[in-house]
Design a binder for this molecule. Structure first.
Ligand SMILES: [Zn+2]
Length: 340
């Protein structure tokens, strides 16, 4: 009942949303983790569970390229109470995602290739905070191209760097020019350190390695580039101790919870988040949906945070907006939070 009441209030309050002043029940949101790409960005049409009730066992005897049975059970015809269908086309994905941002007063770090990001910016130049991301240094634009985008105001972050899916460590020498550039331009960097789709090593990204989740891999880079601003995407899940160790030693590092707030169970995500608060990092947790091809996730994530057990209203506001505004040094909703 409580969930339904709050969701109802959110919908009602959002009906008069405008670009800069939207009276929502939850206040403005800064989503640190939206993908601006095409409807095929995650392969064929699919469903996502929010959350997944369980991560099913795989019988390797049914393996082989494609693993259709396992894939179908997770993303094709998943058995879960709440599931959302992927967008039908690039236009459908872009327009519905932007509609969700407006409805729920969300500003989003939206990363992808420059062509897609620029297309999204054309439709929504206020709420889309442009980023550039890629899965490998070879797929990123050149340092000079990124410098130009920064001059044009089109590089608010270098994110998401999903190097882990290509088996590339953050310390790979090909990444060094990008770390140096981000430090020089004072542009935050979001790097994927956490889980991928279960079994992705066997059906989609053969080089993905769970071992590359280890957040302490960032330590030499942070020391080499002391002005670098990094947020760890998926908060190093489930390597909590190593993430907390990194954050304790390097107070400039923030943890972004990404897909955990969408696809992981209440019994998993909220204790994980709470452990960061208990360790004293309440001001360094960042909200993000990891919205890929399922536009409804923009509101699903907010609703889950807003109804999360134990979190106070103040903690929810920090998580949903205030910490990100401070970290990015921008206050797009003009709440005045940076002056506090
Ligand atoms: Zn992502």
């Amino acid at each position: 009942m409580r969930v339904a009441a709050i969701i109802g209030a959110v919908s009602l309050a959002c009906s008069t949303t405008t670009a800069n002043a939207a009276p929502t029940a939850h206040g403005p949101v800064l989503d640190m983790h939206v993908h601006a790409y095409g409807a095929g960005g995650q392969g064929p049409p699919s469903f996502v569970c929010a959350p997944f009730p369980a991560f099913k066992p795989l019988d390797p005897g049914t393996g082989g390229k494609g693993l259709p049975g396992y894939m179908r059970s997770m993303f094709g015809e998943p058995d879960c109470p709440k599931k959302y269908r992927s967008a039908s086309s690039d236009d459908d994905l872009r327009t519905r995602t932007i509609a969700m941002l407006r409805k729920h007063d969300v500003y989003a770090i939206a990363g992808g290739s420059p062509a897609y990001v620029d297309r999204w910016l054309r439709d929504e130049p206020t709420r889309i905070l442009p980023a550039v991301g890629a899965g490998s240094p070879d797929k990123l634009p050149s340092v000079e191209e990124l410098r130009q985008r920064h001059t044009l105001g089109r590089l608010k972050a270098l994110s998401e760097l999903s190097l882990q899916y290509q088996g590339i460590a953050p310390g790979d020498p090909r990444m060094e020019p990008y770390w140096a550039l981000a430090e020089e331009l004072d542009v935050p960097v979001g790097i994927h350190m956490g889980p991928g789709p279960p079994g992705t090593t066997y059906f989609a990204t053969p080089l993905y390695r769970a071992a590359l989740t280890d957040p302490l891999q960032l330590e030499p880079i942070l020391v080499r580039h002391p002005k670098l601003r990094v947020f760890v995407v998926h908060a190093g899940y489930p390597m909590k101790e190593r993430m907390l160790a990194l954050m304790a030693a390097h107070p400039q590092v923030y943890a972004e919870f990404g897909f955990l707030t969408i696809g992981y169970r209440d019994s998993d995500i909220w204790p994980y988040l709470q452990s960061f608060i208990d360790a004293g990092f309440e001001d360094r947790i960042l909200y993000g949906t990891d919205q890929m091809v399922w536009p409804e996730l923009i509101e699903v994530g907010i609703q889950r945070v807003w109804t999360a057990p134990r979190l106070t209203r103040t903690q929810k506001r920090k998580f949903l907006y205030e910490n990100a505004a401070r970290f990015l040094r921008i206050d797009p909703a003009k709440t005045g939070i940076l002056q506090r």
